[in-house]
Design a protein around this ligand. Structure first.
Ligand SMILES: [Zn+2]
Length: 77
């Protein structure tokens, strides 16, 4: 079940959000708070979209493969 906890090692960040936050860190308590990201499945895979800048951050192409995924939500003990 460990994989259902936060395992993120490298956060996905909008480049424009990063540049704006780097230029003026007072705009938000953290870059994580500043970014406004949507994540969702598309026809080819999964996309990360910046709502602040209305632009693509990352689009992963599954190349037709059906990958294992787990949508269960658990509470850390
Ligand atoms: Zn952005």
């Amino acid at each position: 079940m460990e994989h259902l906890l936060n395992c993120i090692k490298e956060p996905t960040v909008c480049h424009k959000c990063f540049e704006e936050f780097k230029k003026d860190p007072s705009i938000s308590p953290s870059l994580r708070d500043y970014t406004l990201l949507d994540v969702g499945f598309t026809d080819i895979g999964i996309q990360v979209w910046c709502r602040r800048h209305e632009r693509n951050v990352c689009h992963v192409n599954f190349d037709g493969n059906q990958l294992e995924s787990d949508f269960r939500c658990i509470e850390p003990v």
